[in-house]
Design a protein around this ligand. Sequence first.
Ligand code: SF4
Ligand code: ZN
Length: 319
Amino acid sequence: MRRCKKCGAPAVIYMRQHRLGLCKAHYLEWFVEQTERTIRRYRMFRRDEKLLVAVSGGKDSLAVWDVLWRLGYQADGLYIALGIDGGIGYSAESQRLAEKFAQERGLTLHIVDIPGEYGLGIPELARRSRRGKGKPCSVCGLVKRHEMNRMAHDMGYDVLVTGHNLDDEVAVLFGNVLQWQMGYIVRQGPVLPEEPGFARKAKPLVRFYERETAAYALLRGIEYIYDECPFAQGAKSIYYKELLNRLEEERPGAKLQFYVNFLKAKEEGWFRDPREAAGPVQVVLHRCESCGQPTTAPGKCAFCRLMDQVGAQAQASRT
Ligand code: SF4
Ligand code: ZN
């Protein structure tokens, strides 16, 4: 039987990449300490800054919110109701769990109801749009990014926090490296600095494996939604995660090394935006003429164009 490295009691978890077994109490303590170290290591945010945590009702986002709350950060939550049912009442159940979590801890949870605000849920928006070839994830991502930025900006939050874990980040990095998508690779990291009109973005759980965030949520007694979004099935990122899990089986720590060494190489300047050679990159931002959010092209932002497109198609189908 494995034993806790700190107290010798039976271990509830063994992390092969760290050669570390811990009992329940010491695991919960370790997880919180490691998160704080990551926050400092990558200079994510300070205690006097206002944080908005994007909460989906899943283990990662509730775990990160729980840890930030325990560490004394000013962290409110944002739940975006997507209007996804999938035969399992996915959105309704995840909202219930996010609300329950906030209520138990006396935390503030903002809720944006997409069908309520825009008349249509994500599946219907996706069906009517030309984006994503019928798969709703592209539309969903666009809508979520827009709403998160809008809420952070309108309500004066300094930082948008998400619960991305190491497995998520490594799958994205792996996908980008497979195609050498340098534009994405140079921007990937645990913290994305603020830009005019956009809050800073931070991922404090980025050094934890998915099984570690799940263990934290379970051991902490956090009730979270086990089901994945019904549209997640068949996603490329899931395929990459499976491949990477096979690699990890053979070589414990491979995923962590892949990611951490990438960040190190980035810090050392191996992944620079080539445009920086001529001085700091000046991204020219425009104001969306419809919603006012910053956008890289003049005219309307991608979100407002989507809404126009969907409205136009809805009208066309009525005639
Ligand atoms: Fe949205 Fe796709 Fe994620 Fe479901 S799987 S929440 S549709 S991005
Ligand atoms: Zn807009």
